[in-house]
Design a protein around this ligand. Structure first.
Ligand code: SAH
Length: 332
């Protein structure tokens, strides 16, 4: 493109370096290019495909961007990207970026806002990378989670192509990126031998098959045993432990019986359970458990030898916590 517009081939390298290494997102600031070339590039080869249509920052500094990648067939192409600054001294130096993998979601978990409108389309690799470029402009990143809108394994070729750029060119090393999925067993078995560089998190949410059919509708009929054995295969093949995410819905997934059965299912597996107290979403039939109930669940698991953590989501006030991401432009 640079050559086509009257520049030299090495100018493309200059642009790449400016964008990927220095985070410059505007040709006008690339002083290594002539003014006519900068102008021509601005016009003919825009650096960013999307438009920031909204930004909100909650009290704890978590910033949510609503980025519109353009409507297709009348459906909005807006997704959310969340920049979560480091919490405490001694923790990671940079922020965590939560990125979306699809516009909408086909999984339709009843406790999550993202799937309420169904799936509009897959994000393209450059649209996923762009979320990183925009996120990095808000402050250095040290980690990233593909836990925004969408189910990454249902758009895996694009997610994977984008993560290659993120690992190779944006410097987020292996293990610094976590991909969260409902855990389609056949897909996990296909992907594991390719030794992906990311960490895997599986949204399990319950140890009971009938209940999982309701909480994760796209996995209806897939026994939890199949998900766990695919996760075991992942661990054996990649050498990386799997994290199980578990949303705590008051009275629904936080009972002693749930803890007992979950511990039984995970016994002798090297893994971590990440308990996520439900973040309220509007018109939801679910409620967040009390902190005592969260503690009880945590203790019930750890007493049985299960490694557990609790994720008190940040950004709850700004509507940017897990499950609160929603395609507002479409929802109105
Ligand atoms: N589709 C992927 C990734 C996106 S969601 C997946 O399901 O893993 C990231 C995590 O947030 C998932 O574990 C999801 O179940 C959880 N989540 C969704 N809505 C939530 C809510 N309202 N409160 C708490 N966690 C929620």
């Amino acid at each position: 493109m640079c050559v086509e517009l009257g520049g030299k081939a090495f100018h493309a390298k200059v642009v790449r370096g400016e964008v990927l290494e220095r985070g410059v997102l505007d040709y006008a600031k690339m002083t290594g290019l002539s003014k006519p070339l900068r102008d021509a590039l601005t016009e003919r080869a825009p650096l960013l495909a999307g438009t920031e249509v909204a930004r909100s920052t909650s009290r704890d500094g978590t910033t949510k961007l609503l980025i519109d990648f353009g409507a297709v067939e009348g459906r909005s192409g807006a997704v959310e990207t969340v920049h979560i600054p480091p919490r405490e001294l001694g923790g990671p130096k940079g922020a965590t970026l939560c990125v979306s993998s699809q516009v909408g979601c086909a999984v339709r978990c009843p406790f999550c806002a993202s799937g309420k409108l169904g799936l509009a389309r897959n994000l393209e690799p450059h649209e996923i990378v762009e979320q990183y470029l925009r996120g990095r402009a808000l402050g250095n990143l040290s980690r990233s989670v593909v836990m925004g809108i969408g189910e990454p394994l249902l758009n895996f070729p694009n997610v994977s192509a984008a993560l290659d750029v993120v690992h190779d060119d944006l410097g987020l090393g292996a293990r610094k990126v976590t991909v969260s999925t409902v855990g389609f067993p056949d897909r996990l078995r296909q992907i594991a031998p390719r030794k992906p560089r990311f960490q895997l998190a599986i949204s399990l949410h319950t140890p009971f098959d009938e209940q999982r059919d309701e909480l994760v509708p796209a996995m209806k009929g897939v026994p939890i045993d199949d998900v766990l054995s695919a996760a075991d295969f992942w661990f054996e093949t990649t050498g990386r432990e799997v994290t199980y995410e578990y949303v705590l819905l008051a009275g629904v997934t936080d009972t002693p019986e749930h803890a007992r059965r979950l511990a039984e299912r995970l016994r002798r597996r090297r893994c971590t359970v990440n308990l996520i107290p439900f973040n309220p979403v509007s018109d939801s039939e679910f409620a967040r458990p009390s902190s005592d109930a969260v503690d009880r669940m945590f203790r019930a698991l750890t007493e049985r030898g299960i490694v557990a953590t609790v994720r008190w989501s940040r950004g709850v006030g700004g509507g940017a916590a897990c499950g609160q991401l929603r395609i507002r432009a479409n929802a109105r």
